[in-house]
Write a protein that binds this ligand. Structure first.
Ligand SMILES: [Zn+2]
Length: 305
């Protein structure tokens, strides 16, 4: 049995997978946010529960909303205060007497899609996740590429091109990361609502904007055209830097069907010469991709031993 744990800012979900990485069972609990010992014993209890239930000693992988320093094992996680600065991987491994894999949740998602998901038959996979934020990850030959200081795939915090800012007269938004003008602020889920407000001076949620666009509302259509243009520019720059075989979309925005019809042409439009967009795919595992990816990473530790 292989356990994946999705560590979220409000919930922790543990899912048990069989040897084919098919979901067997899941449990959810609230995330202890202020007490690290309580956090550790919560994970231990969840793992013990499955070990007892299935009379096994499952492998363990965690998907976290942050990154681990590769040299020191210290976590950088802003939305779960008790985890920030802790050596979770080593501390949990000691507590449950087995090795623990820890990886950024966006990378777990991309890894899952590259490993038996939408991008299974591609060598170079770039996952572009548009949810509350814009994140992602890179998988090459079914292995996560993290970069020199664990930053690879953080495309959402690169900047909107000046030509698009000028074309649409967009405001320069400050980003939660401390920079300004990041792609995330324009094309992640809340970014689409921001764009609609820019064009209409009206408030609407992103799902409402998409419904309005489908109904032919002029300002919502303009918003979605602008969104596609900006997302096309973002992915085109990733083509020039990473040159992936395929993009796999993730996050809530990946459920908007029109993306798959329009984004490839938009990417091609932002590339020079005869270069064209790689395939842009919907995810196979959706929201459960991260926990599945974490479980597969945990299972690989077992193989390493
Ligand atoms: Zn940013």
């Amino acid at each position: 049995m292989h356990y994946g744990l999705d560590i979220g800012g409000t919930k922790i979900e543990i899912t048990a997978f069989n040897s084919q990485f098919e979901r067997v069972n899941s449990h959810r609990v609230a995330t202890p946010k202020s007490d690290y010992q309580e956090f550790l014993t919560t994970l231990q209890r969840l793992i013990d529960q499955f070990d007892c239930e299935y009379d096994t000693f499952g492998t363990v992988g965690l998907g976290i909303p942050g990154v681990e320093n590769q040299e020191t094992g210290v976590l950088h996680i802003s939305n779960i205060p008790c985890l920030h600065g802790q050596t979770l991987r080593a501390d949990l491994a000691a507590l449950i007497s087995r090795p623990v894999a820890v990886e950024n949740d966006a990378r777990c998602f991309v890894f899952s899609e590259a490993f038996g998901g939408s991008a299974n038959s591609y060598r170079r996979v770039f996952g572009t996740i548009l949810g509350t934020g814009a994140g992602g990850g890179i998988c090459i030959d079914k292995s996560i590429y993290s970069g020199a200081s664990n930053l690879a795939g953080e495309w959402g915090h690169t900047s909107l091109p000046a030509k698009l800012q000028q074309k649409y007269q967009l405001p320069l938004h400050n980003c939660g990361c401390g920079l300004s003008g990041c792609y995330e602020r324009y094309i992640a889920g809340p970014g689409i609502a921001n764009l609609y407000h820019h064009f209409s001076q009206k408030e609407a949620t992103t799902p409402e904007v998409i419904e309005l666009m489908r109904a032919g509302d002029v300002e919502a259509v303009k918003t979605f055209d602008c969104f596609i243009d900006i997302a096309g520019a973002a992915l085109a720059s990733l083509v020039l830097i990473v040159n992936p075989d395929v993009f796999v979309m993730g996050g809530g925005v990946s459920n908007i069907q029109e993306i798959y019809e329009r984004l490839p042409n938009a990417v091609t439009g932002h590339l020079f010469g005869n270069n064209t967009s790689p395939a842009i795919l919907a995810p196979t595992f959706g929201d459960s991709g991260g926990v599945r990816g974490a479980a597969i990473l945990g299972s690989q530790l077992e193989n390493d031993q």
